[in-house]
Design a protein around this ligand. Structure first.
Ligand code: HEC
Ligand code: HEC
Length: 382
């Protein structure tokens, strides 16, 4: 059963970059159009105002419900249908949904009463990607392999964050070369398991970006227009992202990410050295107040950024995203990653760039969210 679910989730990835749209789109017209109307500057709507049958997550901003659901699905290793009736998310027909409500309450109580209100226990703490948590220690068939050894570097011997960032900028080609780039247009292929689809990425300084995946059923876009992030998928109205999601696409859209890095975050701390694909990398935590830290992994030898880890906070736990950068090549005096892999608990995909042009004119209209289609009477959401 679970295998079948997993395979269908690969198909889902092609749908959208962030899988978030898949969730909201599936909730039907009412939820997605409400999300569309909510401009980020307005007071956010609460879950119980937007959704029909919220009993536990009352008082949580509505745009955090779907990320929280993704957190649950990842924690239990299931798809939405494990608890929900398709296209009727408000229904309580499945016992699993009713149990999940009790579990949320149990989790909130444990954190409140045992952990001074800190979110120490989450669904994942017990479930670890399974619906059936194991309560008894396991006896392994063979000796477990020791974790890949990383020479423990005493923290005072680690380089300073400033040095790592400066080296990164230098290795890319230096500040002057980076700041000469006004736009970047890339053509490539998205690879998700067996699936391949052509991708176009347009970026314009300082922070506009759109990635368009051309699928058999139509185009799917992830964009930041300089102010807000938005998503679109075939057959669904485009929608604005939540504040937390927007933070993330804004980061992707920063054409001068390397040179602006010190301004983009409040403070940095080098925490450790880790192995990525058998190479040493320094891990730099980048902090902004009230937000989960972003982890930057710099290759110890080349100085290049090889991994970025970021988290979207939800009422139940954090959803991680890992982006690995590879195949750095020179483009007009600046090194650019020609390949990146975006991985989440629900799956991963890789984008391989085949063609790249810089400093070509890109019209601002490219980044603007298409208006919602006029609502025709009797129209049903797909
Ligand atoms: C393990 C069970 C479980 C899984 C898996 C799960 N949900 Fe939920 N979902 C719930 C529960 C429980 C509620 C009700 C929360 C409450 O009462 O506060 C809910 C509520 C919702 C609602 C609000 C419905 C309404 O109108 O009241 C939506 C939408 C939703 N889920 C979407 C999803 C999506 C999309 C996924 C897959 C990414 C998903 N859920 C996965 C248990 C689950
Ligand atoms: C303290 C540990 C713990 C935490 C935290 C926890 N669970 Fe559970 N959960 C369990 C155990 C143990 C079972 C199995 C109970 C049984 O076998 O009857 C279970 C069962 C379930 C089931 C029923 C699975 C099935 O196959 O029918 C659902 C759904 C579920 N949990 C959802 C959640 C969600 C959602 C969260 C987070 C909000 C969560 N759990 C947090 C321990 C936990």
């Amino acid at each position: 059963m679970r295998r079948i679910f997993r395979q269908s989730s690969v198909a889902l990835i092609v749908f959208v970059f962030s899988l978030i749209l898949a969730g909201v789109g599936a909730c039907g017209q009412s939820a997605s159009s409400t999300a569309l109307q909510a401009a980020p500057t307005q007071t956010p709507k609460m879950a119980e105002q937007v959704f029909k049958n919220i009993q536990v997550l009352k008082g949580v901003p509505a745009d955090q419900v779907i990320p929280a659901m993704q957190f649950i699905a990842a924690s239990l290793g299931v798809e939405c249908e494990f608890c929900h009736v398709r296209n009727a998310f408000e229904k309580d027909d499945k016992d699993e949904k009713v149990t999940a409500r009790k579990m949320m309450q149990m989790m909130f109580t444990a954190n409140k009463e045992t952990f001074e209100g800190k979110r120490e226990v989450t669904c994942y703490t017990c479930h670890r990607g399974s619906t059936d948590p194991v309560g008894t220690p396991v006896i392994f068939e063979s000796e477990p392999k020791p974790a890949t050894e990383v020479a423990a570097v005493p923290s005072e011997n680690l380089p300073k964050a400033d040095q790592l960032i400066d080296k990164y900028v230098e290795t890319l080609g230096g500040k002057d070369a980076i700041l000469k780039i006004t736009s970047r247009v890339e053509k490539g292929t998205l690879i998700a398991g067996e699936m391949k689809a052509p991708v176009d990425v347009y970026a314009k300084a300082p922070d506009r970006r759109i990635a368009i995946v051309h699928m058999p059923g139509g185009d799917s876009s992830t964009a930041f227009d300089g102010h807000v992030g938005w998503l679109s998928a075939p057959g669904r109205p485009a929608r604005e992202m939540s504040a937390a999601e927007t933070d993330n696409v804004r980061m992707d859209a920063e054409l001068f990410f390397a040179t602006d890095l010190k301004q983009l975050f409040h403070s940095f701390r080098v925490r450790s050295q880790e192995k990525i694909n058998d190479r040493d990398a320094y891990v730099v935590f980048a902090f902004n107040e009230g937000k989960p830290p972003v982890k930057l992994y710099f290759d110890a030898q080349s100085g290049l950024l090889v991994r970025l880890m970021r988290y979207v906070d939800t009422p139940l736990g954090s959803n991680p995203t890992q982006i690995d950068f590879a195949d750095y090549r020179d483009a007009g005096g600046v090194k650019v990653p020609y390949r990146w892999t975006i991985a989440r608990p629900s799956g991963r995909f890789t984008i391989q760039i085949e063609e790249l042009h810089q400093n070509v004119p890109v019209d601002d209209s490219k980044f603007v969210m298409p208006p919602p289609p006029p609502v025709a009477a009797g129209q049903k959401s797909p």
